[in-house]
Design a protein around this ligand. Structure first.
Ligand code: ADP
Ligand code: MG
Length: 346
């Protein structure tokens, strides 16, 4: 339970901004001036810049009955950094804008910002500004990230995959979706019986995949060190099937994916089965894994062959051959894109 509660109204907008941005450090050489003036001042190095925005809305993207505010702040930064990673770029600065109702206290907003600051430190980005406004209903957090191409390479688009390229996925897939099922079930159980103790240990990994995803900047740095430039790339926000469709559409190419090569963590697998879900369906249609999906030229395969966390799940082929899953029984099943469509929900 909340110990202290300082009303936002008592603080005012400027007081709140001061509290939230207190202790923010600037570490990037390209940041000349951060929070405090009418605009931040940046000094980008030569090369191309990328910019991306993502907005999280209470009741649409998150449910505060089981999402801790620190994790929400962390996730808001991480999902934006993931978009920059998916361009083979390095994040430099972020702005964070919030709309907040008087249901929230200063302490709650400080918790949100502790997550924002932790993610900024982790991903080495500077928080250089934002906007703060009131909301009649719930919490909205919108982040904009600026980045630069890594190693002075051109950013990697969704459009460069060619026939014969190898399709790679990082980490493991489906966990965030399964974690969401666990959290939703615990919410229902809690509402029925507030005395209930959630079984956290057993589902720790999948719940963490949902609540606190990590953008794969580690992979971007490794690819840069190995001098590998993917031919196309995207991050897995809506599920493997949906992302493969994007690569296909933009590159004008088909794909075959091998079911037995799709990386699924043991806990994800077991929990999916417990929920009567097909683990491969969770990986294909779940989403929010924030792993990277990319294609490489066959020539680069040797350099990545032994990588502990990059999985070779398929290959690019003629567009007319379509996008298929080769099942464990060697059946060829066309894949349907069922990415999360917010406009089709309830
Ligand atoms: P203005 O009225 O010029 O828009 P604001 O009072 O909104 O200025 O913001 C003052 C400073 O605080 C600006 O540098 C702005 O970028 C920063 N800022 C405002 N809200 C936030 C926030 N939620 N997070 C980080 N920085 C913020
Ligand atoms: Mg403003």
């Amino acid at each position: 339970m909340q110990q202290n509660r300082t009303e936002l109204g008592a603080l005012g907008e400027f007081g709140l901004i001061d509290k939230l941005t207190d202790g923010v450090e600037l570490n990037d050489n390209g940041t000349v001036l951060g929070v405090g003036d009418d605009a931040a001042i940046l000094n980008p190095s030569k090369g191309l810049q990328v910019v991306s925005t993502d907005m999280l809305v209470e009741g649409v993207h998150f449910d505060l009955s089981y999402v801790p505010l620190q994790h929400l702040g962390y996730k808001a930064i991480s999902v934006n950094v993931s978009d920059v990673a998916a361009m083979n770029c390095v994040p430099k600065q972020v702005t964070v804008s919030i709309a907040v109702s008087n249901r929230f206290s200063l302490e709650a907003m400080e918790a949100l910002y502790s997550g924002v600051k932790a993610a900024c430190q982790n991903f080495k980005v500077d928080l250089v500004g934002g906007d703060t406004t009131s909301s009649r209903s719930g919490l909205v957090i919108s982040v904009t990230v600026l980045g630069e191409s890594s190693n002075n390479q051109e950013p990697v688009r969704r459009s460069g995959a060619k026939e014969g390229d190898i399709l790679c996925a990082t980490g493991d897939l489906g966990g965030a979706f399964v974690g969401l099922q666990v959290l939703e079930r615990q919410k229902v159980e809690y509402l029925a019986n507030p005395e209930m103790q959630p079984d956290i240990e057993k589902y720790a990994y999948v719940v963490q995949r949902q609540l606190k995803p990590e953008a794969r900047m580690d992979i971007i740095h490794e690819l840069s060190e190995l001098e590998i430039k993917p031919t196309s790339m995207i991050d897995v926000s809506d599920g493997l099937a949906s992302e493969v469709f994007h690569l296909s559409k933009h590159s004008g190419i088909g794909f075959n994916i091998y079911e037995d090569k799709v990386p699924i963590d043991r806990e994800t697998y077991n929990t999916a089965v417990e929920f009567n879900l097909d683990p491969i369906t969770c990986a294909l249609n779940g989403g929010e894994d924030y792993e990277l999906l990319f294609t490489i030229d066959q020539e680069d395969y040797k350099k990545l062959e032994k990588h502990y966390d990059i999985h070779f799940i398929g290959y690019a082929q003629e567009l007319s051959k379509g996008i298929n899953l080769i099942t464990k029984q060697q059946n060829v099943v066309p894949i349907q894109a069922q990415g999360w469509n917010h406009f089709n929900e309830k």
